[in-house]
Write a protein that binds this ligand. Structure first.
Ligand SMILES: C[C@@H](N)C(=O)N[C@H](C)C(=O)O
Ligand SMILES: [Zn+2]
Length: 223
């Protein structure tokens, strides 16, 4: 991966929609196929020239991590992160409504969740489990702090407002989504219409393979 791309690997941390680190993430590193890394580098060069950097939240995701999401979804009693990540969508609908997939493109190694940061990047702070939660679709200043551009919602906001072209997203927020979209499309990526942050390389290296090796530096050496 281009070392200038900022990495905030959320599923290694408890700051995600489940509130715990996800199974299979043993290191906070972004793993993708070589083809994806090359395409991402092209996009990053173009963004850097305009004063922005890409920031990735999730990259390759092992099937065991997806299985963790599925087990979590089967437990209606655990809604500890609802107020931030899915305040007005029923937990039971998150898979049905397309916000999480039982077979994810992330497991094929050519899909990423990412955003844009204006340079120089401002510092961020970690999430402390148990702290009060703010809705991911409120005004940017009221959301959990993130040094990225205002995209109208936070990352992993499971809500129709996160649909990339939702007509209620206007002005700067819409312009920011389109800046990300156009830059990534020019580099060969395709957006998932339900999530402004989710992109897949069109010419996937492994279009039919769902990998399950853990996210770790050791995996990087072996694959
Ligand atoms: C969970 C979210 N970050 C995501 O990636 N959703 C898509 C639909 C997926 O699970 O592949
Ligand atoms: Zn994604």
């Amino acid at each position: 991966m281009d070392p200038t791309i900022i990495q905030e690997m959320r599923y290694f941390t408890p700051h995600d929609f489940m509130g715990v680190p996800v199974t299979g993430y043993r290191a906070p590193v972004c793993l993708v196929t070589r083809d994806t890394a090359r395409a991402l580098h092209r996009a990053q060069l173009s963004f850097l020239r305009r004063g922005y950097s890409l920031k990735v939240y999730d990259c390759y995701r092992p099937q065991r991590a997806v299985n963790h999401f599925i087990r979590w979804a089967e437990d209606p009693g655990d809604q500890r992160m609802k107020d931030e990540f899915y305040p007005r969508v029923e937990k039971s609908a998150l898979f049905r409504d397309g916000y999480i997939a039982e077979k994810s493109g992330h497991s094929r190694g050519s899909t990423l969740d990412l955003t844009l940061v204006r340079l120089p990047a401002l510092p961020t702070r970690p999430y402390h489990p148990g702290e009060p939660l703010s809705s991911c679709y409120g005004p940017k200043a009221a959301r959990f702090p993130d040094n990225s551009l205002d995209m109208g919602t936070g990352f992993d906001c499971m809500d129709p407002l996160a649909h990339t072209l939702d007509p209620r997203i206007t002005g700067t927020q819409r312009a920011n989504r389109l800046l990300l979209k156009r830059g990534l499309e020019q580099a060969g990526f395709v957006n998932y219409a339900y999530e402004w942050w989710h992109y897949t390389l069109a010419a996937e290296t492994f279009p039919d393979t769902y990998f399950d090796f853990p996210v770790s530096l050791r995996s990087l050496v072996r694959h």
